[in-house]
Ligand binder design. Sequence first.
Ligand SMILES: [Zn+2]
Length: 397
Amino acid sequence: MKTRIILLGILFGQQLSAQSYKKIHAKAIVVDTHNDILMQAADRGTVFDQDLTGKTHSDLTRWKKGGLDVQIFSVYSDGGLKNAYAYANRQMDSLDAVALRNPDKIIKVSNYADMLRAVKQHKIAAMFGVEGGHMIEDDLAKLETLYKRGARYLTLTHNVAPAWATSAADETSPNPVIGKGLNSEGKKGLTDFGRQVVQKMNELGMMIDVSHLGDQSFWDVIKITTKPIIASHSSVYSLVPHRRNLKDEQIKAIAKNGGVIQVNFNPGFIDKSFGEKENAFFKKHAAESDSLTKAGMDEWYMMDWLYKKYSAEAEPMRPPLSMLIDHIDYIVKLVGVDYAGLGSDFDGINLTPQKLDDVTTYPLITKALVEKGYPKKDINKILGGNLLRVLKANEAK
Ligand SMILES: [Zn+2]
């Protein structure tokens, strides 16, 4: 009898959660701090107010379907690119054009209050995050102009670092393209100008993004920032020791600073065994990848091409959704529920975790959190509340 009651209870509980997760998701303010669709818009002329199902992870209609409320669009250019600032502006133009054409669906917002208003009107609230300090071209006036255009975070470095800060790639495996592993003062970390950038961002109310940063740059930021910081798209190093992930001491420091870690969905960052599978895949298709690269195809697009062409091989490489949840759960257990969020990297990653095929699937994350026993108020924080707190704190004078 007892077993039957327990069984019934489990069944009833599951049914209840299946219904309630949709409600929780619909009511929550869902924020994603990292989406790379603007890269494809600039490179390929991808127009994302069209239906791009099967081609990209994101488009306007699918964001809505996924219950997304706030998107911070990554503005990214390769570190080696000349005129990176002009290129950043071109990417921003592409979002502005989509927003102008679809005023009932998406709106650019520049502060917390406007953002809440947009969410109430059921529009996607859009902001920019500039991914890579090289795009300010060593000029604080350019940083300020990007802020005025709607950039609300700057990732201080991408893999290729500016002269004033060292990146994770630069600090751990320097090479002629990425950097010498040292800043222009011959050290790891921030230079005097790098510290001025941090100071200026604190003044403007622009969030400092430490994703991609080298350890020394990270600790230099922690030492001097007067505002809470973010990691816009990084996961947990203790679970997957990848240089793009955050170590326990860094996660604790971000929590102490009142910031937030927006977990990246990249299989390589959430699944320890992915790197090996990826190497085997590209070894197998080396002849084809070489010829595509020689024909001038950028590495990211080459990988995208091959994963799509050999999708039957790529499919089993995708980690289960539970592995992504493990990273959120790890942060929550280490420092509390106030410091985790979502920074998917959709359209910047070639493969996603299983079931998270595109931006329509955000509700599955809510479902997984409900099934793991997370209460509604905690889920709301992870889906967006934590990031909103940090955004607001950055605006405070
Ligand atoms: Zn990135």
